[in-house]
Design a protein around this ligand. Structure first.
Ligand SMILES: Nc1nc2c([nH]c(=O)n2[C@H]2C[C@H](O)[C@@H](COP(=O)(O)OP(=O)(O)OP(=O)(O)O)O2)c(=O)[nH]1
Length: 129
């Protein structure tokens, strides 16, 4: 399917990694999951691992789907997968984004997420529980 955006629910020690967008201006400052567009010929898992490498400079393993498929503007959809760092000691860094943050369950609802990501909050709470 065209227009699939994959997102990583990357969890370490009970916390979820969120990244803060620098662009475009109307979404700058808001938070999202690492990820991006699935390119032609890629599996969703491959695309997610590639995006984590590009955006966070870390290698991840991709696990099961998390939560519902969320419709995005322009007919795209967001699909989220659980992910883990291959090396738990590796520290992700914000290559393209303004900031990174490890978010605990008590902070999850207070973050200024991109609108679509709010639909995933129940599932993300479940993942961290
Ligand atoms: N990565 C990511 N994108 C999200 C999330 N929630 C959400 O609405 N989006 C939207 C924002 C963008 O419209 C789109 C992903 O765009 P992107 O700029 O990250 O994708 P990309 O790296 O492949 O870049 P591009 O080649 O499409 O420009 O999905 C999320 O949690 N993670």
């Amino acid at each position: 399917m065209d227009g699939v955006i994959v997102g990583a629910a990357l969890v370490r020690e009970g916390k979820l990694l969120a990244q803060q967008r620098a662009w475009p201006p109307h979404h700058a400052g808001q938070w999202e999951l690492p990820g991006g567009r699935v390119e032609a010929g890629e599996t969703e898992a491959f695309a997610l691992a590639r995006e984590c490498q590009e955006e966070l400079d870390v290698v991840v393993t991709v696990g099961a789907r998390v939560g519902p498929e969320v419709p995005l503007p322009g007919g795209k959809v967001l699909r989220v997968y659980a992910a883990e760092l291959i090396s738990p000691g590796a520290e992700p860094r914000a290559v393209e984004h303004t900031a990174l943050r490890w978010v605990g369950p008590d902070e999850l609802d207070d973050i200024d997420w991109l609108p679509a990501d709010r639909d995933l909050l129940p599932a993300l709470h479940g993942l961290l529980a």
